[in-house]
Design a protein around this ligand. Sequence first.
Ligand SMILES: [Zn+2]
Length: 201
Amino acid sequence: MSSTGADDDRQGGKPAVPDHVQEAIRTLIEWAGDDPAREGLLDTPKRVARAWKEYCTGYLEDPAIHLSRVFEEVGGYDEVVLLRDIPFQSHCEHHMAPITGKAAIAYLPRNRVVGISKLARVLHGFARRLQIQERLTAQVAQCIWDHLEPHGVAVVIEAEHGCMTGRGVRTPGVGMVTSRLLGCFLEDQRSRKEVLSLMGY
Ligand SMILES: [Zn+2]
């Protein structure tokens, strides 16, 4: 951490926001039709900048790190491991509008499991970036596939897109569903049916 210049701007331990970032947000406020100099908006550029750092913490991590600690003693367990209804938030890379939804993540282990919360951490690591739902779904599945080397992986994501509910066609309540199936869940119809029905699809 540097201790020069910009740090004077720190408020209660919050990170400093460079001037050019604040200026960019003031420009956006003006473009939207408001006056960035009015009282209620004075601190908005800083707040927005810090909020975006938080929305995008995924850039600071490699989500695979959460899968580095595995347990190989699985006591002969060879059935599907499923975490469902995992809420998440992301932002679409086309409008930077919120994507809000839930995910179901399953895998069929091959002698290796991870702590169950780690699957959610992998999801958040990829979600806290600018995304499209299709890629988010694929990245979560591929990460688990590469690092746990299971028999199969299934990821289903259901989400609402702010760019669709709040602008454009303005259709609230419409959910988009994406899925990525790998290994036995892709190749074997019975396994696929089983995992999707466990997920509630
Ligand atoms: Zn969008």
